[in-house]
Design a protein around this ligand. Structure first.
Ligand code: ASP
Length: 277
């Protein structure tokens, strides 16, 4: 990933945080806010979700997404879905309309069509991120994980989390990572926190990382300390790389990563959006 791509990713994070805050300011729920934020990130071509997803080993784009409501523990997830611009919104429809919590592959396709969910051409999802003029590539940031996610706490004390991904580059068809797995790619529980994860799915899923952060918050750790502890555990138990964002039920934010970079942004109250990586 080049320096300009990192700048673009940070801008998308800033826009996403701003959009999420606007939803909350209008009285929208944490669930609405995380969906709005992830939609913006799915549209960003340098991030591996929606537009900009990595193709699999056969050249197709198979995407995974999860959304979770910390108030009710309701969740919707979708895996190996093709030809949709906004997998996070389809995951929300799974939660609201399917009578189930997790749909995959052809069944997910059939559900999308049954509710007239907008479909797109694969060419709208594939972006050649390598075709950047060399003079614009100011820095190289190897190992950046590009799955996107959002967490929010609303004025009613409800938290929510959402995660969306195109998965790992060149993956085997049918491969599903951590992102749509509840407790792995995301978790939200009003009693503790909302968490979203990125990184090497084959490692993250084995330590059920997002639920683990919530459990650590439940033992009294801050969101920041819990994220740090979970990343340390990921490293020690699997040797894998990952990143986390979290907001706890008291409104404290936290993040941690052992990748080279992880662009992030957050907005609290009326304060200016904070952006970093
Ligand atoms: N966690 C995602 C997956 O394994 C990939 C990523 O975060 O880059 O599918």
């Amino acid at each position: 990933v080049s320096g300009t791509q990192l700048v673009e990713a940070r801008q998308a994070c800033e826009q996403a945080a701003t959009a999420g805050r606007e939803v909350l300011a209008r009285g929208g729920s944490a669930l609405d806010a995380v969906e709005a934020a992830v939609i913006i990130l799915e549209d960003c071509p340098v991030l591996d979700a929606g537009r900009g997803s990595y193709p699999n080993s056969e050249g197709f784009v198979e995407m995974d997404a999860l959304i979770m409501d910390g108030r009710t523990l309701e969740m919707g997830a979708i895996a190996a879905i093709q030809r949709v611009r906004h997998p996070v919104t389809l995951a929300r429809r799974v939660m609201d309309k399917s009578g189930h919590h997790f749909l995959v592959g052809p069944g997910a396709d059939a559900f999308a069509d049954s509710i007239d969910f907008p479909r797109c051409d694969i060419s709208e999802l594939l972006v050649d991120n390598d075709q950047e003029p060399a003079e614009l590539a100011v820095a190289s940031v190897p190992g950046l994980s590009d799955t996107v996610g959002a967490v929010a706490l609303d004025s009613h004390g409800n938290v929510a989390a959402a995660t969306s991904t195109g998965g790992t580059p060149n993956k085997r068809p049918g491969r599903v990572g951590d992102s749509p797995l509840v407790g792995c790619g995301a978790y939200a529980d009003n009693w503790t926190a909302a968490v979203s994860a990125t990184g090497y799915g084959e490692a993250l899923m084995r330590v059920v990382i997002s639920k683990r952060v919530c459990d650590l918050v439940g033992t009294g750790l801050s969101a920041a300390a819990a994220c740090n502890a979970a990343i340390r555990l990921l490293e020690e138990r699997t040797g894998g790389d990952g990143g986390l964002i979290a907001v706890d039920a008291r409104g404290q934010v936290g993040w941690a990563y052992n990748t080279t970079a992880m662009p992030y942004a957050y907005a609290t109250g009326d304060s200016p959006v904070v952006v970093g990586h």
